[in-house]
Design a protein around this ligand. Structure first.
Ligand code: AMP
Length: 439
């Protein structure tokens, strides 16, 4: 039996692979426009990093981590998210002491969660994200939200819905958790076993329970907005006024609590329904954190970040036809050797054209000339270079313009010069007809 890929993983092939690179490069460009620099963290980290940061009450730590003992009996985990690793990197390398604050980073790469595979949900998936660390300010929260919104706009995703909420400061959450405990206590017996441990570890997590009967109970639960301290409320209102000033549309969703324990104050998610109506889940999400850096051994400073799921971005862009026209895989030149000729000569011709900057491919298979022309057509090549016994003897090649079908013989030592002249003429012709079209 042949070996298949691991359940929940997926191969990324052809146009999908090109699209991933296109999406990631665009996001990177915009992050850098906003002053964020790339960092790369290892895929594996000590498990304790995630237990301490993402939190024991989160589903990610309780059920979804790929954890194993390495040969030295150390508990290792494949990163289920990036923020914890980035904060570890920042703390370990003492970057906060040597950088202007906030320290602004961006990242991209795979993350791993043992979840039930379904539409938009894999066990290995790719995230692009940012973290801005070192200063607690609503202006930075606003900058990060503007950045995320700009990224989604640049991908032509109009009508993205930003859902935003505040989890308040420590005081607000302390009071809110007590209120939740009081509310859930009489229902607890009927609720799922997970909710029992959530009740003990972090009652906020009960609000995310997916069991339908529990969701009914959750509907009547108290809301965080009624437990916000004066400070937390003022800060959230100020952030919203900053977003209004920057004309960033949002919707306050007071049920939004996010599944990772380190968040405090601002949390947000990006939602988008593609024209086909398929719901892939949130495109991305993020939030502010106050205690994470200290928890991981750094100074007592805040941060904020978000991450976007590349698989989900690709799916909605593809569904809505927003990736069309971005990919030019067309060839400039297709080199066609006829019969059993000196393959070294052919390879030198192809390499010479490539080094001169022309997107060139050659036929490696022993097929008929008509077949090679079909291949050139499929690759949308502009020119064919035909090389037979005769041409090799005379140190020549045949250049055929595949649009006009005109062809000429060219001495090999003048090939690059001739091709470059022809390409330039074609560019000028194109420019001319474009100008005529535009009047
Ligand atoms: P989170 O780290 O849970 O806040 O997720 C941030 C984003 O990563 C989500 O909005 C998704 O776009 C993406 N994401 C999270 N989990 C998965 C998954 N299992 N499969 C695919 N994408 C995911």
């Amino acid at each position: 039996m042949s070996i298949k890929n691991v359940k929940g993983t997926h191969d990324i092939i052809g146009e999908e692979a090109t699209s991933f690179t296109y999406i990631e490069n665009l996001l990177k460009q915009i992050a850098e426009l906003f002053g964020y620099q790339e960092v790369r963290t290892p895929v594996i980290e000590y498990s304790e990093l995630f237990v301490r940061s993402v939190g024991e009450s989160s589903d990610v730590v309780r059920k979804e981590m790929y954890t194993f003992l390495d040969k030295g009996e150390r508990s290792i985990t494949l990163r289920p998210e990036f923020t914890a690793g980035i904060i570890r990197l920042i703390v370990q390398n003492k970057l906060l002491a040597t950088s202007e604050l906030p320290l602004k980073t961006h990242y991209v790469g795979p993350a791993f969660r043992y979840e039930r595979p379904q539409l938009g949900r894999y066990r290995e998936f790719n995230q692009f994200g940012v973290e801005a660390v070192g200063i607690n300010s609503a202006e930075i929260d606003a900058e990060v939200i503007v950045l995320s919104y700009t990224m989604l706009q640049s991908l032509n995703l109009e009508n993205v819905l930003i859902k935003i909420n505040t989890l308040g400061d420590e005081e607000s959450r302390h009071n809110y958790k007590n209120a939740l405990k009081q509310y859930f206590s009489p229902y607890l017996e009927k609720m799922c076993p997970d909710c029992h441990s959530r009740y003990e570890l972090n009652p906020l997590r009960i609000l995310d329970c997916k069991v339908p009967e529990d969701q009914e109970i959750v509907k009547g639960a108290p809301k965080i907005k009624d437990y916000l301290s004066k400070n937390a409320k003022e800060k959230f209102d100020y952030l919203l006024s900053l977003l209004d000033g920057l004309e960033i549309p949002y919707e306050i969703d007071d049920t939004l609590v996010r599944g990772l324990d380190y968040y405090s104050e601002t949390v947000f998610e990006f939602h988008y329904t593609s024209r086909s109506g398929k719901d892939y889940g949130a495109l991305g999400a993020g939030g502010h954190y106050d205690k994470l850096v200290k928890e991981l051994g750094g100074p007592d400073v805040s941060g904020i970040g978000f991450s976007l799921g590349i698989e989900r971005l690709y799916s909605v862009l593809k569904d809505d036809g927003l990736l069309e026209g971005y990919f030019d895989n067309d060839l400039d030149i297709y080199v066609m050797p006829i019969g059993q000729i000196d393959k070294q000569f052919v390879l030198q011709v192809t390499t010479g054209l490539r080094l001169a900057g022309y997107r060139t491919d050659q036929c490696f298979e022993d097929v008929k000339l008509t077949n090679m022309f079909k291949r050139a057509e499929r690759k949308n090549a502009k020119y064919a270079i035909i090389i037979g016994e005769n041409e090799i003897e005379k140190h020549e090649v045949i250049i055929k313009n595949l649009r006009t079908t005109e062809q000429e013989t060219c001495p090999i030592d003048q090939l690059i010069e001739t091709i470059s002249r022809k390409m330039n003429e074609e560019d000028l012709d194109e420019e001319f007809s474009q100008n005529v079209k535009e009047g």
